[in-house]
Ligand binder design. Structure first.
Ligand code: SAH
Length: 240
């Protein structure tokens, strides 16, 4: 009798252990992929700021892409997020975050919340983030997800980011993840002294990523690299 009972009991314990292991095994898989992404796509290409690398090691990018693309979340490229928009390539997110050169506790304005991923990375770096998204469904989804993941220092507003967020200005950093043909005047005005704007500027096919630093009230421009972002549009869908 004793022996007959022992085996089923062991089998049940073994089964319970396997079920218990299944979920952490999946989580570990994404953690591994994220570590690889940081090493292969960021460190190898020259991203050096520890706070950027640590943030991108921690933010669960697979939660910011549509569920059916989760397995490709750590690939070296952008991915569609619906409404003809994309989540940027990890390297571009890291590069733009590094270019802002932020200290923890600083205020950052993002134009183009999209999935909310870039905002999460900045928040994880210790910034207070204000992010504007013009497509209401994307903005609301980003807000809900960021709250569910526990980010409490990100504010998402639905609206036209060309105009900036005057009530929350001035900002120490402004990051623009959609491309206008010119740098929006309201954003220049809402930048604090010593602050930086990182923005792709140009036509629909290729843009130049530039960094502007406000020094004694003037903006000093540095060109960084050619990039390709979706255009910045107004509420009628017309390109800026
Ligand atoms: N930063 C995002 C990627 C954004 S893709 C992420 O991490 O996922 C660019 C986004 O800019 C799109 O969601 C697009 O709808 C938005 N956008 C375009 N024009 C805009 C405008 N004038 N104001 C605010 N958002 C805008």
């Amino acid at each position: 009798m004793v022996r007959a009972l022992r085996y089923p009991t062991l089998a049940r314990i073994a089964a319970a252990m396997l079920i218990g292991l299944a979920a952490p095994a999946l989580a570990d898989d994404f953690d591994t992929q994220r570590g690889q992404m940081v090493a292969d796509q960021l460190v190898q290409r020259g991203i050096r700021q520890e706070q950027v690398l640590r943030a991108m090691e921690r933010v669960p990018r697979h939660r910011f892409v549509p569920a059916h693309l989760a397995a490709r979340a750590y690939d070296d490229g952008p991915l569609p997020i619906g409404y003809d928009q994309t989540i940027s390539q990890p390297y571009i997110v890291a590069l733009m975050s590094e270019l802002l050169d932020l200290q923890p506790g600083r205020r950052v304005l993002e134009i183009g919340a999209g999935s909310g991923y870039q905002a999460a990375v900045l928040s994880q770096m210790g910034a207070h983030v204000y992010s504007i998204e013009i497509i209401p469904q994307l903005g609301e989804a980003a807000r809900t997800l960021l709250f569910a993941l526990g980010y409490r220092n990100i504010h998402v507003k639905i609206g036209d980011g060309y105009l900036g967020w005057p009530e929350a200005a001035p900002f120490d950093g402004i990051i623009v993840t959609c491309a206008p043909s010119q740098i929006p005047e309201p954003l220049k005005a809402q930048l604090a002294e010593g602050g930086r704007i990182v923005i792709p500027v140009g036509g629909p096919h290729v843009q130049r990523l530039v960094r502007l630093t406000k020094t004694q009230g003037r903006l000093v421009e540095e060109k960084v690299v050619d990039v390709r972002f979706v255009p910045m549009v107004n509420e009628k869908g017309e390109k800026y």
